[in-house]
Design a protein around this ligand. Structure first.
Ligand code: G1P
Length: 291
């Protein structure tokens, strides 16, 4: 069965981005001129996903507002004949059918995904973690959906990471072999470096079978005392199976200010109207400031 729905957990305090996150949800902080959440939703819809389910904390309802029409603003742009901006706003309004569910308490990523159970129903679905932006020609989630369709199993995106990153990520134990798609025989959330089964970390894209909901409901508290999605997926390794996909393209962790800055610079370098000015400025700054 094909994948029509995506769950995007966006709840949380965004403490690494305080003080801006006092009043702005973290996923609305811009990467240049689009909120970070735009990139996940665009990746989903490019891959044919038509329904987005945001799992929000109370008070974060503004997130869905970004994908809704703003008639006053649109009338203003139409009056000025600003067709390019108007076209972009219309395309955002039409991107997907967006709904939200509220996660009343923060009990971990697995728990957040479980909140979307009724809206997903009994069908495979995608999960996006909006801290991870992946820029690649072929949308990563689209490639993962194809792997899911071939194997009727769960699929997670992975990337090789340095040792220093291992204790803060989910790490997989793949079966021996080469290639971009490998079966997974173990997974552990935030292991100590000495216990890590590999250097392949889970990055925030998943295609999951609906059995994962029962697995989350059964999972106890894992790493950090939270209900971990990794532990629930690990329970599906034998049946119906879990595959890891090493995706091509550039990955940005926009969950930290420096990662957000890198994603923003990357975006600006791709815009012909600002690229030259930015490069000239950076060149001068680097020569005068970096010793
Ligand atoms: C979550 C997942 C983890 C994954 C990471 C990727 O962790 O639990 O398995 O490696 O996202 O960004 P978090 O960053 O929420 O601690």
């Amino acid at each position: 069965m094909t994948v029509r729905k995506a769950v995007i957990p966006v709840a949380g305090f965004g403490t690494r981005f305080l003080p801006v996150t006092k009043s702005v949800p973290k996923v609305l902080i811009p990467v240049l001129d689009h909120p970070a959440i735009h990139f996940c939703v665009a990746e989903a819809t490019e891959a044919g996903i038509s329904e987005i389910i945001f799992v929000v904390s109370r008070g974060q309802e503004a997130i869905a507002g970004y994908f809704e029409a703003n008639p006053v603003l649109e009338a203003h742009l139409a009056g000025r004949g600003d067709d390019d901006r108007l076209r972009e706003l219309h395309s955002i309004n039409r991107m997907a059918d967006v709904t939200t569910v509220v996660q009343e308490e923060q009990r971990g990523l697995g728990h957040a995904v479980l909140m979307a159970r009724d809206k997903v129903g009994d069908e495979p679905f995608a999960v996006f973690l909006p801290d991870d932006i992946i820029r690649s020609e072929d949308p990563t989630i689209g490639a993962m959906i194809r792997i899911h369709e071939e194997r009727d199993a769960n699929v997670i995106a992975v990337k090789q990471v340095p040792d220093s990153a291992i204790p803060s990520l989910g790490i997989i134990d793949p079966v021996a072999g080469a290639g971009d798609v490998r079966r997974v025989k173990g997974m552990v959330e935030k292991p100590a470096l000495a216990d890590a089964p590999s250097d392949l970390a889970i990055i925030g894209r998943y295609v999951l079978t609906p059995q994962v909901f029962d697995a989350v409901a059964r999972a106890g508290e894992g790493a950090l005392g939270e209900i971990q999605l990794t532990d629930a997926i690990a329970a599906l390794i034998d049946d119906p199976g879990v595959y890891a996909y090493r995706f091509p393209g550039d990955h940005f962790d926009v969950g930290t200010p420096v990662g957000m800055l890198k994603a923003t610079i990357n975006e600006a370098l791709g815009r012909h109207e600002m690229r030259d000015e930015l490069v000239r400025w950076m060149d001068t700054e680097l020569k005068t400031r970096v010793t």
